[in-house]
Design a protein around this ligand. Structure first.
Ligand code: ASP
Length: 436
């Protein structure tokens, strides 16, 4: 018998009508036995997510101000849901309990997690399913990493027959204090549940039917991605393709459980399947790009002979606690590409340290770059991919500032001036839209 874990995002659970859709999706397939809900999200553009209201409640209350408004809005939302869904669920005692714990140490994560907790209770009542509190099974180490003991513990708890609801977004530290994942972390819970139950597939239900080959705000009606490998997706999401939380891949990657991104708005659409391996007839699966990068350029004659040169540069970067992204090198040159949000205002200080320790012939920092990743596992056995890509950029008159290809040979990354981002993405997309 197949076992399916299905995670539903906040927009797909924002109101009673959407929750009914979730209910019919779960009930139409008896294999859908493990349901991981987010907290109710936005019903319309200016609406508030329940998680944001909880953060606001905590922040207002801990400043000694009147937090009755976020509390009231949360109360009204759950009361409305319970009434419209005709479910016996009284939110008031839960809110009183939350209020009593407001001033506890670590209360921020506890508060933030209550959106999923409450929604989980409501949905379990609606489905007639068993509620499982992740605080009892999803465990973090003191350092904040996921404790591998989570999998047998949760697997054991979920080994009986029936349908289970396991709220997303949180677990607990060894002392029982609630800890959340980063925002959007219910995707990670879904992956953990899928692994713990040895699911045949992890369905991630959201409001879009998966991934597109390029950002639709840049390219008009880009092609849909039907299948993508974990690694390809990792490369695309690292460069800005968002739909799934970055860390959701790790729990399912090792056992090779596929993730299926599906839309509750287009139920007949099979969405995007994320798999360990795939056959590729087309060398490219997607193009993702982002602004906000700077490049440190260092030049020194005979750099390649000087022992420890690279180490000294990277040590300086590490000492300032700056994360870096790419490091293309030449014989006497080395560049380090850094996200602006990592670099902050440390640019001058970094140059100063490297100047003193490495005495380069020249050093400069170029800002205002956009990096574009063209990703596809097929590119390493197709001839002419790079030629087509660079020809397209030349034709679109995009000035390429830097090129990088990782050893995975699964991507070609180009750095261009920010104003060229859209032109570059469109040109690359058009060049690879079809491949014959
Ligand atoms: N509710 C949490 C958030 O808004 C987690 C989630 O929805 O995945 O970030």
């Amino acid at each position: 018998m197949q076992k399916i874990t299905c995670k539903f995002g906040g927009t797909s659970l924002a109101d009673a009508a959407n929750i009914r859709i979730m209910q019919s999706i779960v009930q139409e397939n008896p294999a859908r036995r493990f349901v991981v809900p987010s907290a109710p999200g936005k019903r319309f553009d200016t609406d508030k997510k329940v998680t944001d209201l909880l953060y606001a409640w905590h922040s207002i209350a801990t400043q000694g101000l009147d937090a009755s408004e976020p509390k009231r809005i949360i109360q009204e939302r759950f009361e409305k849901l319970a009434k419209e869904l005709d479910v016996d669920f009284d939110v008031a005692p839960h809110l009183a309990e939350i209020e009593a714990h407001l001033a506890d140490a670590g209360a921020v994560d506890y508060m933030a997690s209550r959106g999923e907790y409450l929604n989980g209770q409501l949905i379990a009542a609606l489905l007639g399913a068993e509620f499982v509190d992740p605080a009892d099974h999803i465990k973090f180490t003191v350092g904040g990493d996921l404790d591998p003991a989570t999998y047998p513990s949760l697997g054991d708890r979920l080994s009986r027959d029936g349908v289970f609801v396991i709220p997303g977004f949180y677990g607990a530290l060894p002392d029982g204090t609630i800890k959340t994942f980063s925002r959007g972390g219910s995707d990670v819970t879904g992956a953990i549940v899928a692994r713990a139950t040895n699911a045949s597939v992890y369905e991630n239900w959201t409001d879009v039917p998966g991934f597109l080959m390029a950002d639709p705000r840049i390219v008009d009606s880009p092609r849909h991605i039907d299948e993508v490998t974990y690694q390809e997706l990792r490369e695309l999401s690292y460069m800005g393709a968002t739909v799934l939380h970055d860390e959701a891949i790790y729990p399912v990657r090792e056992p090779g459980i596929p993730i299926q991104i599906r839309s509750t708005r287009e139920r007949e659409n099979p969405g995007t399947r994320i798999v360990p391996r795939r056959e590729s007839t087309h060398p490219i699966c997607g193009i993702a790009g982002h602004t906000g990068f700077s490049m440190l350029n260092i030049e020194k004659t005979l750099m390649n002979r000087e022992r420890g040169f690279g180490r000294k540069v990277l040590t300086a970067i590490e000492e300032l606690d700056i994360g870096w992204e790419h490091m293309p090198t030449g014989i006497d040159t080395m560049s380090v590409i850094i996200r602006d949000e990592e670099l902050g205002s440390l640019g001058e200080k970094l140059i100063d340290i490297i100047q003193r320790r490495c005495q380069p012939d020249s050093i400069s920092l170029v800002s205002g770059l956009a990096m574009i990743a063209t990703v596809g596992q097929g590119m390493n056995h197709h001839v002419g991919v790079a030629a087509r890509l660079f020809a397209a950029l030349a034709e679109a008159k995009v000035n390429i500032r830097v090129i990088d290809q990782g050893s995975s040979e699964m991507n070609i990354i180009v750095g261009v001036e920010e104003e060229g981002l859209e032109r570059a993405v469109t040109a690359i997309y058009r060049a690879f839209e079809t491949w014959e």
